[in-house]
Design a protein around this ligand. Structure first.
Ligand code: G6P
Length: 367
């Protein structure tokens, strides 16, 4: 096992570090002439043409990847994108027909709820596309079309590299949807791909900050409750940041849309309660900062994740984790890795078994 860990103390840390390669392996083979190309996957452009709604079905971390993707695809396509927890989708009589594109996301390709949701979609004659990591898995075999992520085996229960490669595959799909349906010009699509490729070295820059992150999370390991806040894309990221922390540190972590805090949750903010605030989106920056001020004023210990060149008043945060500058839509990549490291080091500081947290399984085949 030590050999498999390749010098890292845990699989999770090894897998966090594998992300630049995993992303490169997932993205590079699907770019031709600067544009997204799924011909080597055998996925025809036709499945993207003229669909009038999209359902994303998945569980856990994969579902959170779907939520990020919705914030990118819906405004571009101007069609409804619904992210459905697979175990709910099956019982909500979803509005699926032959003009619906259903995207099933799964690392293992074996999650029973996602598989059954896919089967239901096929019975409703939807166009189906799976984003799966494990080759030849059941979801990959049963889906009409598959785009494999190339993360390699993920051993740690807490998903890290599988999440970021899912995001990359979904961004490629989003770009393809835009192109095929004339929402993007060739020039816009090429610019999108360039931005996506820039996200890969940006992840490397977060990995260089590992020691700083290890230090700033020290107050977290003794906390009872923590909150992750953000708006829009940053909110969808908060959900994954909170999940990561709770599953491997057993600390209660809740993600909240920053603007919604004032409707109840802010009552829980008292002296020293850690709040991880994510503010990478220009469109909602002023509003998010004002929400962060509200928690700071009530004594929260604020760790702020924002672009390195974003000038923020020092009274808004206790610690700032600067993220490399990318176009807003692509900030999810470095921010996700920072959140993974926050969870990892909190768990290590607490002395929890990072790779095998209690009660959890890597692949869930019970309903
Ligand atoms: C389990 C794992 C999670 C994962 C979820 C969905 O709960 O612990 O990390 O996100 O299943 O798994 P899948 O293989 O379908 O992505």
């Amino acid at each position: 096992e030590a050999a498999q860990k390749n010098g890292f103390p845990h699989f999770m840390l090894k897998e966090i570090h594998e992300q630049p390669d995993a992303l490169h392996n997932t993205v590079a083979p699907r770019i031709k002439d600067g544009l997204p190309d799924f011909s080597s996957d055998g996925v025809p452009d036709d499945i993207f043409r003229g669909c009038n709604k999209i359902y994303i079905i998945a569980c856990g971390t994969a579902m959170h990847a779907g939520m990020v993707c919705k914030t990118m695809i819906e405004p571009l396509m101007r069609i409804p994108v619904t992210v459905s927890i697979a175990s709910e989708f099956r019982y909500e009589d979803p509005l699926v027909d032959e003009n619906t594109l259903v995207i099933a996301i799964s690392q293992s390709g074996e999650t029973i709820d996602t598989l059954e949701a896919l089967r239901l979609s096929r019975r409703c004659h939807a166009r189906t596309l799976a984003v799966v990591n494990v080759k030849g898995s059941t979801i990959a075999r049963e889906c009409d079309n598959v785009i494999y992520t190339h993360a390699g085996p993920e051993i740690a229960v807490a998903s890290t590299k599988a999440y970021t490669v899912q995001l990359a595959a979904l961004y490629l799909i989003g770009c393809k949807l835009g192109l095929v349906n004339a929402k993007y010009t060739l020039k816009q699509a090429r610019a999108f791909i360039v931005s996506l490729q820039k996200a890969i070295p940006a992840i490397g820059r977060i990995l260089e900050q590992e020691n700083t992150i290890k230090k700033v999370v020290e107050p977290l390991s003794s906390a009872q409750d923590t909150f992750f806040i953000g708006r829009g894309l940053d909110y969808t990221l908060s959900l994954e940041g909170a999940l990561k922390l709770k599953e491997i540190s057993y600390i209660h972590a809740e993600a909240y849309a920053a603007g919604e805090l004032k409707h109840g949750t802010i009552a829980l903010i008292t002296d020293g309660v850690p709040v991880i605030a994510i503010a990478t989106q220009k469109r909602v920056m002023a509003k998010t900062l004002s929400n962060i001020r509200e928690v700071k004023a009530r004594g929260a210990y604020v760790i702020l994740l924002t672009k390195e060149n974003n000038v923020t008043d020092q009274d808004v945060y206790d610690v700032q984790l600067p993220l490399p500058e990318l176009d807003d839509m692509f900030m999810v990549f470095p921010a996700a890795v920072a959140l993974q490291l926050i969870a990892y080091y909190t768990s290590v500081n607490k002395g929890v078994d990072v790779d095998k947290p209690r009660n959890l399984a890597k692949s869930v085949t019970v309903e």
